[in-house]
Design a protein around this ligand. Structure first.
Ligand SMILES: [Fe+2]
Length: 173
């Protein structure tokens, strides 16, 4: 089982969240998503199924968190850093439910994932685990779901940082 310690080891970037309660909640959501998705190791979870050899979801997540922090550091607007980092860390956590590891070792879209994309399942799980509405919004709006609503500043940053990483990785396949 993937526990809190595992998540803390995968994501030292958690320390960039000052609010201890928020940090704990981020860890709890990752643990619960791994449990519900039946994952025994996060090293089995791919970044994406949209192209081959995309690498690991954890590595993508770390790159997005770092990009988001760098954008924060470059800006002077009133941006909530704790919520930005929490949202970046959780933006794709729903992929643990959207994808599943099959007995043959392949990862495919789960039955649940065919019904609910990861921005929806991830934001729902975050809401269930009492994350602030602002963080739930970042997760929900980080992809195309957010195109038809007004994204917060933090959600704009995560949306773009996510696609910077996606486009770069995809272009190198
Ligand atoms: Fe992502």
């Amino acid at each position: 089982m993937i526990g809190k310690k595992d998540i803390e080891q995968y994501f030292p970037e958690l320390q960039w969240i000052k609010d201890e309660d928020l940090r704990k909640k981020v860890v709890n959501v990752w643990v619960e998503a791994a449990k519900r998705g039946g994952w025994k190791s996060l090293s089995d979870v791919p970044f994406t199924l949209l192209f081959e050899k995309s690498g690991l979801l954890t590595d993508h997540t770390k790159r997005v968190v770092k990009l988001a922090k760098n954008v924060f550091d470059a800006r002077t607007e009133d941006i909530n850093k704790d919520q930005l980092i929490a949202g970046a860390l959780l933006h794709d956590v729903g992929k643990l439910l959207e994808y599943e590891l099959r007995d043959d070792g392949r990862v495919t879209k789960s039955e649940f994932g065919k019904k609910f994309r990861h921005p929806v399942s991830g934001s729902n799980l975050a809401k269930e685990y009492d994350l602030p509405e602002e963080v739930v919004h970042i997760i929900y709006a980080h992809s195309k779901e957010g195109d038809i609503i007004q994204r917060s500043l933090e959600a704009i940053i995560v949306n773009h940082c996510d696609f910077i990483d996606f486009e770069i990785k995809k272009s190198l396949v």
